[in-house]
Design a protein around this ligand. Sequence first.
Ligand code: ADP
Length: 245
Amino acid sequence: MTETILKIEDLTVSFDGFKAINNLNLSLKKGELRVIIGPNGAGKTTLQDVITGKVQPTTGQVYFKGRKITGLSEHEVARLGIGRKFQTPRVYLNLTVRQNLDLACNRNKNLLSTLFKTIPSTEKRHVVGLLETIGLTAKADLSASLLSHGEKQRLEIGMLVAQSPDLLLVDEPVAGLTDEETENVGALLLALAESHSIIVIEHDMEFVRQIARQVTVLHQGSVLFEGMMDEVQTNPNVIEVYLGK
Ligand code: ADP
């Protein structure tokens, strides 16, 4: 049986009595690529905040690799192997693509010593592999400021992967991208899904169709429906609250 990497049990998050997350249960198998969708206000951001330790739940638990992580700080959760990518790319614009990846490999070390030290050959190979994975080998020595928005998204995904997380949490990676860039990011996520567990939070239904296997639909802080994309699209409850808008 495939191992469960993330388990969320009876989770509730109240803000001044308002339940942004309301008794939510969710389970993710190791190696799974899961897409979470839901209308504005469904609780998608709050759920990511709880998983990553930014917000503590009012009740309920989060387990990662069998270990309870509720109550841990963002830093501790990241160290245990959950990498979070926010919607807007956060890359160093004044560094090259390669330097961004070098830094990500040495996240806990000093910025200057990383940039000026001699990089060990294993790490160089790691970065070369990452550049290839994210499709930016030809732009490795260009300033990140010269990348398109989609390329910056792929670079930041590469920077997350550089830290060898077990679970990637990716928030709306294709918002504002052209069709071609959207396809590239989708292809990258599918390639990464071969060796990582990934949760993608997404609004763009075309993109969800491109990458989705199992989809979880959130509504008013709870799971409204879970299933494959074709089941989601034909479920009357989902159509009413989300697709039918
Ligand atoms: P989504 O990301 O799906 O749009 P959110 O998780 O941002 O949803 O928000 C879920 C609900 O919780 C919304 O109604 C939002 O207004 C409310 N909410 C989120 N954060 C706070 C907060 N810090 N204080 C009060 N209400 C909040």
